[in-house]
Design a binder for this molecule. Structure first.
Ligand code: ATP
Ligand code: ATP
Ligand code: MG
Ligand code: MG
Ligand code: MG
Ligand code: MG
Length: 293
């Protein structure tokens, strides 16, 4: 009867339900530089924004997107980057493995596995290790006169968002964080570098100030209109896939010719292109509807 249908083992169904839901979720991996306050100081980063460091971070993120599959958008600021993976309905299936030999026991009990995102740890470790090795690999291209003094590290985490709206809100949250920190840091370093305040004094001066107050200090005391500060500093960096025309010259050498002939070849490639635009409003998502498809 009805009582029989609900055994004490019934609860394991919840795990299945969770997995089904997660299969339709957006998976985000966010990494962040470990102890970069110190790293920035040791490597003489400009305050409050070192553009070399920001460009290096973006180069690493582009490498991650090009090396790994299925990232639809990335967003970075300061020492962090977030990567959004395409929604996949077959994640759960990919975890299922055939049962044979010594794996039989663990296979039987695998339905008790906690409701985590299948392969989440694999996504995350791939992203973070690819990013960290790229950071070292490309360092010299961005910091020509500044040697890398020790190997930097990054932490990573996986977060799952159940809908387009929560994903948009996640990216908005990171961009709002960029804005808040950058406005604060811009005033803070103006007070320290241009007005000669000590860091403690600058901090006290800014205690309890609102956005409008900070804009006012910048404008009246330093003649800085915050809205004219570089977009990369104020908005962070969005990476999306775009078609780009690549022009290369190829040397064509015919057997009969002594000298090679240069030929201009144009081909269209899809690349992870950096933008410094607003993602909080609707405009960005209306302009790029393909991202969330
Ligand atoms: P944790 O290990 O907890 O992340 P952290 O020292 O890295 O500690 P964060 O909150 O991640 O702390 O802050 C990163 C810090 O790195 C910034 O506060 C800033 O001092 C420095 N930093 C990162 N990127 C830049 C940059 N492009 N220009 C200047 N400073 C930067
Ligand atoms: P995946 O990304 O799934 O790990 P993979 O190509 O790295 O794919 P592994 O099962 O990890 O596959 O196997 C690593 C392979 O790398 C080995 O099969 C071998 O070909 C090569 N390899 C690793 N270390 C050595 C080594 N010290 N000497 C020679 N070959 C090596
Ligand atoms: Mg941190
Ligand atoms: Mg950090
Ligand atoms: Mg950080
Ligand atoms: Mg391997």
């Amino acid at each position: 009867g009805a009582a029989m249908a609900k055994s004490k083992f019934e609860y394991v169904r919840d795990f299945e339900a969770d997995d089904t839901c997660l299969a339709h979720c957006w998976v985000v991996v966010r990494l962040d530089g470990r102890n970069f306050h110190r790293f920035a100081e040791k490597h003489n980063f400009a305050k409050p924004n070192d553009s070399r460091a920001l460009h290096l971070m973006t180069k690493c993120a582009q490498t991650v997107m090009e090396e790994l599959e299925d990232i639809v958008i990335a967003y970075g600021q300061s020492d962090e980057y977030s990567f959004v993976f395409k929604r996949k309905s077959n994640w759960f299936k990919r975890r299922a493995r055939p049962c044979h030999g010594v794996e039989l026991i663990s296979c039987i009990f695998s339905f008790l596995a906690p409701p985590t995102v299948p392969f989440a740890s694999k996504f995350m470790t791939h992203v973070v290790s690819q990013f960290a090795s790229s950071y070292v690999f490309y360092w010299r291209d961005y910091f020509e006169d500044q040697p890398l003094l020790y190997p930097p590290g990054f932490d990573g985490r996986v977060v799952v968002y159940p809908s387009n709206q929560t994903l948009k809100d996640y990216l908005s949250w990171r961009q709002a964080d960029c804005h808040i920190n950058n406005l604060y840091n811009t005033v803070f370093w103006a007070l320290v570098q241009q007005s000669g305040l000590t860091p403690i004094q600058a901090q006290e001066r800014l205690q309890g100030t609102l956005t409008a107050d900070k804009n006012e200090i910048l404008f009246s005391e330093f003649n800085i209109n915050y809205n004219n500060e570089p977009l990369m500093y104020r908005k962070g960096t969005v990476l999306i896939w775009q078609k780009v025309d690549e022009v290369t010259t190829k040397e064509v050498r015919l057997p009969a010719e002594m000298e090679g002939r240069k030929m201009v070849v144009t081909r269209t490639r899809t690349k992870a292109v950096p933008l410094h635009c607003d993602v909080i409003g609707d405009a960005f998502w209306k302009e790029h509807p393909e991202i969330l498809h």
